[in-house]
Design a binder for this molecule. Structure first.
Ligand code: GDP
Length: 468
């Protein structure tokens, strides 16, 4: 299958969305400037907005049809399942050595983090180091933040044969590569950041992944979560029961509204209307494809008020959610076992949804998006983040490559030449992104369609012994 075809197909989809954001935001700016815009123009501006919305939805629908009609749908499904088997077999091999007494180990203490997202992402980081160094990963069992419990109280063990972190000799990373047991510090203590950490993906998988997926690093992290983040029997039964009680049914959009301690410290406030406008857009698009009998969302939040407000303001929506969970999720209650159950359930519901609306500044949103990758061949576009672009905490640079020149005298914009590397800060979701051009050292805005993702790869072992 032609990789270029898949890449171009996905690029067009992104271009259409960027074009829509650009026109919307420029027209809205005009509407909101009463001194500049003559009142007679206002109906025309609204007309442009309406027609552009309809037109771009129709374009996206046609792209959808193209993907259905090009005959590659079966290939996409098969390829993702092959890659998934390949990677999971390697993980299983790494994590189940025949002799735990002799094997080299990485020990991963969860304590440096005191949040669910932080601890799970710490395991992902440790797992990548383990996979790279071919050492079996051992989780320190007794220091789970929630309820002083243990990882294995809720999740399956990450090994069937090796959970003992003892060994002949022991040292802290990175002192001695020959020591049997290595203890890993927090990711940001490892300096300089090793080149194989996110956003890098394994070189030996890169070609296939780039063809298959629009955001390969998220697929890679999703695979690791698929291996380590597996509810044990008790948790699985709880999830099944609870999601049934909540009335999980498709179509459904997962909405995560992060409030309490995050607002004003690490993230900006976004009103419920902003979230719901993205949800509306999802359903307006879906309605071109199928009849939607009921617009439905699952609303996860750490602020119970959000659920009440949403139900009052959006009575035509079916809003699944549980204020009691939201209450235990708020900042004062997070160390209890009920909070742990709540976040696991919320993540389950969010990641199982058909689409996500949330803020990537929150680890909860990123985690749901990562897990979601395991349910579709490519779920990279199944999200609207109201703030950041996707990132992995502790990552090194996130680059884009300019594919065409940009020259502008507008204030705040930077110049681009084809081939320029740009370290990206964010997407303003108005047609523009912000970043630093490494060639000129200029920082500023440029049209998002003039760059493409630069996928970073790193050498990893290929576990060839598995195929002998
Ligand atoms: P971040 O602070 O949003 O980046 O995410 P973290 O996982 O680091 O910490 C936030 C913590 O707040 C989570 O681990 C949960 O315990 C809790 N939390 C935040 N949002 C929700 C939510 O929607 N549902 C539940 N159940 N808990 C949440």
């Amino acid at each position: 299958l032609n990789a270029e075809y898949e890449i171009v197909r996905r690029r067009i989809i992104n271009n259409i969305k960027e074009l829509r954001s650009f026109i919307d935001s420029e027209i809205i700016k005009l509407q909101q400037q009463p001194n500049v815009t003559i009142p007679e123009l206002l109906p025309s501006l609204q007309h442009i907005l309406d027609l552009v919305a309809q037109h771009t939805r129709w374009l996206l629908r046609n792209m959808d049809k193209l993907a259905e009609a090009d005959g590659y749908a079966t290939w996409r499904k098969k390829e993702v399942s092959k890659l998934n088997n390949l990677v999971q077999r390697r993980f299983f091999h790494l994590q189940n050595p025949p002799d735990c007494k002799k094997v080299k180990k990485i020990v991963c203490d969860l304590r440096p983090h005191n949040s669910f997202g932080g601890q799970v992402h710490r395991i992902v980081f440790c797992f990548i180091v383990a996979y790279k160094t071919q050492r079996t990963l051992i989780l320190k069992p007794d220091n789970w933040y929630y309820s002083q419990g243990r990882w294995n109280d809720v999740f399956k063990p990450i090994s069937n044969t090796c959970i003992d972190f003892n060994g002949e000799d022991f040292t802290n990373w990175p002192k001695d590569n020959h020591t049997q047991v290595l203890d890993l510090p927090p990711i940001h203590h490892i300096l300089p950041t090793p080149s194989y950490l996110p956003l890098a993906i394994p070189e030996d998988l890169a070609l296939r992944l780039v063809r298959l997926h629009d955001n390969p690093i998220v697929w890679w992290i999703g695979q690791i979560l698929k291996f380590v983040y597996r509810p044990n029997q008790k948790t699985a039964a709880f999830l099944q029961n609870a999601s049934g009680n909540l009335g999980f049914k498709r179509p459904i959009v997962g909405v995560h509204v992060r409030r309490t301690d995050k607002i004003g410290t690490e993230a900006k406030y976004h009103s419920i209307e902003e979230y719901m406008s993205a949800v509306d857009e999802y359903y307006n698009q879906l309605q071109l494809k199928e009849n939607v009998d009921k617009r439905r969302i699952y609303l996860a939040t750490d602020d119970p008020e959000v659920i009440t407000k949403a139900r009052n303001e959006y009575p035509h929506y079916e809003i699944l959610g549980n204020s009691a969970i939201a209450k235990t999720a708020s900042v004062d209650n997070r160390c209890f076992i009920t909070a742990l159950k709540g976040i696991i359930l919320d993540l389950h519901m969010l990641s199982m949804s058909d689409f996500l609306v949330c803020t990537f500044s929150s680890q909860v949103c990123r985690l749901a998006y990562e897990i979601m990758q395991n349910y579709f061949p490519d779920a990279s576009a199944k999200v609207t983040s109201l703030d950041d672009i996707y990132y992995f905490a502790g990552q090194s640079f996130n680059f884009r490559t300019a594919i065409m020149a940009h020259d502008s005298n507008r204030f705040g914009e930077i110049q681009l030449l084809p081939g320029d590397l740009v370290s990206i800060d964010g997407n303003h979701w108005n047609g523009y992104s912000k970043g630093r051009n490494l060639r000129t050292n200029q920082t500023g805005l440029f049209p998002s369609f003039k760059v493409r993702n630069k996928v970073v790869t790193a050498k990893f072992p290929t576990y060839s012994e598995l195929y002998n």
